[in-house]
Design a protein around this ligand. Sequence first.
Ligand code: BJ8
Length: 424
Amino acid sequence: MVDYRPMWTDLDLDLEKHDMLLQAFPSMYGSVFLGQQNRPQAMEYFDFVVGEIHGLRVKELMDHKASGGKVVGLYCVFVPEDLILAADAIPVGLCAGAQFSVPDAEEVLPRNTCALIKSSFGFKVGRTCPYVQASDFLIGETTCDGKKKMYELLAEHHPTYVMEVPQKKTPLGRQLFVEELRALKTKLEAETGTAVTADKLAQATAVIEAKRSALQRLHRIRKARPVPISGLDALLVTQISFYDDPVRFTDKVNALCDELETKIARGGDVAAADSPRVLISGSPTAIPNWKLHQVLEESGAVVVGEESCTGTRYFNYLTPENDGSLPAQLAAIADRQLETHCACFTPNDERIQDILALARDWAVDGVVHYNLQFCHTFANEAVKVEKALAAADIPLLRIESDYGDEDIGQLRTRVDAFLEMIRR
Ligand code: BJ8
């Protein structure tokens, strides 16, 4: 067993607090994931990655830094990973889904802030996340107001660069975003000392697209009835995509898909053919936020998709064809990123269309709209989602929650009633 404590000490983690976090994690993970029936064998790799969540992968980042490379932390899928890779830096997603760090954040931030913002901020101020500590700098973005203001405070603790994301997908908004990508490229080149050339960017985009394509393949597999993988496991794979090595991760996801396709051919499943099929739509569920999936699947449903930034909004889009020059690639990356229909945009009707298409193509019996408490963008947009689903005669359950366990009983009751209604 490798002793990572010297590395954590070098990273200036609060070791006492960090020990508490790591002690709680294995039993929490075990109770959510390891008791599932008929798990694919290829999930062993993802179990291993989670088991080493603050160990081996962090060591890889530190080795990269020791050889002169940089590590860059991100909080939104709007920040293009390929641009960072092209500067020979490693991107890591830092959006956090743990209640553990929320109390540290609440010493600074208002309590009525969304849990994702508090958890992410708390990991920095509490010095309990080795990925934040390993990041040479952080990239924030102007999406929702809570995040924007949090980044100003985060910058007091860690070097932080904020890129602007437009609020409207108009030609002017696109132009602004292309300019922002250029500015980000300049920033990355200055930080890493590496020029982002057309060739390097094309190679990096190919790496990221292979990863997205593998996740799309896994997503398509979940159309099968009965479904060969639980929603919990599929979500876990997407969550891991934000911090694992992209090439190794892609191989492992494709191996998982091979196994699942064989399983489908043999008629294997994890859920009964008549289990209610549910699509979750709304706020992202960052690792280790598994609460809603767990409640739904323990109640007998199977989650077959996530219209979320820990789901289709992250991996569904590939870069449009372009002439390969640097300006053309940056414009194409802007177009790809702007396909992400986050509720921070106005209008954002494409998201409604995405939800309807997913509900139809994945043959779902109902949609659960998941809203992190105090996330006003998704909460307000849920009104339109509700109308559209009612018009299409698709049952909807609206859930608002945070990372705590206090509401789990109430959640179960509401989910049970919803599933009962669907079954009838
Ligand atoms: S592109 S969804 S990853 S911003 S849940 S912090 S919106 S108050 S996470 Fe997001 Fe990028 Fe959009 Fe996706 Fe604010 Fe809402 Fe919290 Fe949110």
